[in-house]
Design a protein around this ligand. Structure first.
Ligand SMILES: Cc1ncc(COP(=O)(O)O)c(C=O)c1O
Length: 347
């Protein structure tokens, strides 16, 4: 492990890129190809997405997860329309108001204990439907795996999709960690999305071993009709698209997407199992993907902070003293065991 940049648990974005992804970039770095996605690398990658999400899928590559969310939401809403999401949704908490500013939409947020929306949450704004004074809910956005490390079962997603569709709304998934959710349930990507009636998803690549790159995947192609313009206007069109494309190809061609995600999940499980045996530490949410949330006494948090490398050891998530620990595709068993030892010491 690098002494200069030791691995930590603050974020699954802190990891580097998988060697296969870097090799794919190097291999594509030859000659000239048409810019902005009109190239054979991008065409092949779009086909690759269709293998995972169905022949009708319309995938578009973008730079990052916030960009995927904001362009997807912009494509799905008109100026008077809003998006229902949880109050811990990344688009609500961690995108600096980008949906409001760039998509011009209002987020209708719902409190949640476990990071998940329910069908009842989808219905709670209906009394304002048709009232010119009220924002009109048009999109339901759920995060899979959630910001709290939990996952929606297929039945839960299906129930939300049905409730949304009954009310004339679309279902969007923020799938920055969709691969972790799929790996956690050992299910193909399609079974958790297309087959459940999901309309559009943001599909994460960056957290799962890419250098950079996420995607917006329309599972109902008619919703994608003007998306090329949306992506350009919102600054998410890469001119050297081939380099985004080949990264996704490396991820989706074989099982790298699920191997990386399964590994991160397994490290989170190892961490959670060990932490749950420590007196004074409490696992705050079910550990179902690659995140572990641990509630600790305030003095133990400070001691743990002092024991870990200074560069962002972890985020403190709430006032109850819960810290967030994220595992990555490259987290090792030794990393986990080292953290558990530091935690035991701090307690
Ligand atoms: C749930 C979720 N959605 C989206 C993103 C993507 O954000 P970024 O714009 O940083 O790639 C993140 C990253 O932390 C996330 O956790």
């Amino acid at each position: 492990m690098s002494d200069r940049h030791p691995r930590g648990f603050a974020s699954d974005n802190n990891s580097g890129a998988h060697p296969d992804v870097l090799a794919a970039i190097a291999e594509a770095n030859e000659g000239h190809v048409v810019a902005y996605g009109d190239d054979d690398f991008t065409a092949a990658t779009r086909d690759r997405f269709r293998k995972h999400f169905g022949e009708q899928a319309e995938p578009f590559l973008v730079f990052n997860g916030s960009g995927a969310n904001v362009t997807a939401i912009d494509a799905l809403t008109r100026p008077q329309e809003g998006v229902i999401c949880t109050e811990v949704a990344h688009m609500h908490v961690d995108e600096c108001g980008a949906p409001e500013r760039l998509a011009g939409t209002k987020l209708l947020t719902v409190p949640t204990d476990d990071g998940k929306l329910t069908p009842d949450d989808v219905r709670r704004w209906e009394e304002g439907r048709g009232d010119e004074h009220r924002v009109q809910p048009r999109v339901v956005s759920i995060t899979q795996a959630t910001e709290l490390g939990t996952v929606y079962t297929p039945e839960e997603t299906r129930a939300i999709a049905d409730a949304a569709h009954e009310l004339g709304m679309h279902l969007h998934i923020d799938g920055a960690r969709l691969a972790n959710a799929a790996a956690s349930m050992d299910m193909p990507l399609r079974v958790l999305t297309t087959d459940l009636g999901v309309d559009v998803l943001s599909f994460g690549g960056t957290k799962n071993g890419l250098l950079l790159g996420d995607a917006v995947v329309f599972l109902r192609p008619e919703l994608a009709e003007t998306f090329l313009f949306t992506r350009k206007q919102l600054g998410q069109l890469a001119s050297k698209m081939r380099f985004l494309a080949v990264q996704f190809d490396a991820l989706l061609e074989g099982d790298l997407w699920s191997a990386n995600a399964s590994h991160a999940n397994a490290m989170a499980r190892r961490l959670a199992d060990a932490v749950s045996k420590l007196d004074g530490a409490r696992i705050a949410y079910p550990v179902e993907a690659n995140g572990v949330f641990v509630t600790l006494p305030a003095d133990a948090i400070e001691r743990l902070r002092g024991a870990l490398p200074a560069s962002l050891p972890f985020y403190v998530w709430d006032e109850a003293g819960t810290i967030r620990l994220m595992c990555s595709w490259d987290t090792s068993e030794d990393d986990v065991d080292g953290l558990v030892a530091a935690l035991a010491e701090a307690l």
